[in-house]
Ligand binder design. Structure first.
Ligand SMILES: Cc1ncc(COP(=O)(O)O)c(C=O)c1O
Length: 355
């Protein structure tokens, strides 16, 4: 009798290419992170927390969920804090999926969606995005919800990672409606909300089958503290709290979030620079060069190019990391993060030598 459950033995660990990233040798455009440091107020708050001599005390979350609710413009009771957006995904999968259940994950999707659903022994049903323009396969998803047996969760990544393309909010509503009638929960992943402005938080009161997950890892730049949150109706969150541990979010994360939310302008300035200056500059350059990219609502661009390896290696040689990612047909392409205007200038100079 094997020591481990069958599904675990058959899975592979998710091992993103992290090696060498913590040295400061590279410009990091490979993990969709913020490319410059977080707010000075966050750093100050973290230093004060250490000096306060409270590391020996278990974490308590007190005001932080209320502050997040205020920021997200939702009811206080509609949010719980999690250890990164990843933990939100994980506890939702653990709450709803068992061996042999089916989960709809349109392809390509974010790695942790597959990982968390896979651990539960769920079977992936993967309607594919359009490989010409990266658009969302709405009809296929609706059709699957209507006709497939044993669908127990639908995961929507909006905007999609890695493609960057959005799902129209009216289309999300159609999916929620079809799924609600069949008691199927829908996870709407809004990890890139600050960049895209796309949210279905206004549907929470109407749809008891809706979960939203978000993160402080991206625009706020708090990825090292690992903090995110789930938005849903109170009764759903009560169930999730049976799965999330009482201390899973550490106090550095809480302190960082409270300070970051006080200095929201710092995050907004970065988002404006990325979305209004840096990204249009990169898009203009790519258009000029005749390099295709999908329309993106996030802080990254997906390039459905044939010479992905030459681009990835050529940029790495010049100190810039970008990420190989599969397109809807399974071909290896490139996902490029967009950082500050200065980062984009460096990227353009490097691309010029390759293209
Ligand atoms: C689509 C998507 N969802 C969730 C996350 C989770 O982020 P984290 O666990 O760092 O909060 C990410 C991070 O890359 C992401 O791209």
């Amino acid at each position: 009798m094997p020591l481990f459950r069958d599904v675990i033995r058959k899975m592979k660990p998710y091992k993103p290419p992290l090696e060498g990233r913590s040295d400061r040798d590279y410009t990091l455009l490979d993990f969709n992170e913020r490319t410059i440091g977080t707010s000075p107020e966050v750093k100050e708050a973290l230093k004060n927390f250490i000096d306060d001599d409270r590391l020996q005390v278990y974490p308590e979350y007190g005001t932080v969920e209320r502050e997040i609710a205020g920021y997200a413009e939702i009811k206080d009771s509609h949010v719980i804090i999690t250890n990164g957006g990843d933990q939100g995904i994980d506890i939702i999968c653990r709450a709803h999926l068992s061996n042999g259940d089916k989960v709809i994950i349109p392809f390509p999707g974010f790695a942790m969606h597959y990982q968390s659903a896979g651990i539960q022994g769920a079977e992936f049903i993967e309607p594919v995005y359009n490989s010409k323009d990266g658009s969302f396969p709405l009809d296929k998803v609706i059709d699957l919800i209507k006709h497939q047996e044993r669908i127990r969760l639908v995961i929507l990544c909006n905007p999609n990672n890695p493609l960057g393309t959005p799902i129209e909010i009216d289309d999300v509503k159609l999916i929620l409606e079809e799924a609600k009638g069949r008691d199927i929960p829908v996870l709407h992943d809004e990890a890139y909300f600050e960049f895209s402005g796309i949210t279905c938080k206004d549907f929470i009161d109407k749809y008891d089958n809706l979960y939203i997950i978000r993160t402080f890892s991206k625009a706020f730049g708090l990825v090292a503290t690992r903090v995110g949150y789930v938005i849903s109706q109170d009764s759903n969150l009560e169930e999730l709290l049976k799965i999330r541990g009482p201390y899973d979010v550490n106090m550095f994360a809480k302190v960082a979030v409270l300070a970051a939310l006080k200095d929201r302008g710092y995050m907004e300035d970065y988002v404006n620079e990325v979305m209004k200056v840096s990204k249009p500059k990169l898009e203009g350059y790519l258009k000029n060069k005749g390099v295709k990219f999908f329309p993106s609502k996030a802080n990254f661009l997906f390039l459905p190019v044939d010479n992905s390896e030459a681009i990835i290696d050529g940029l790495k040689d010049q100190g810039i990391l970008v990420r190989p990612k599969q397109d809807p047909d399974g071909h290896k392409r490139v996902r490029v993060g967009v950082g500050t205007s200065e980062d984009t200038d460096a990227l353009i100079r490097a691309l010029d030598k390759i293209l």
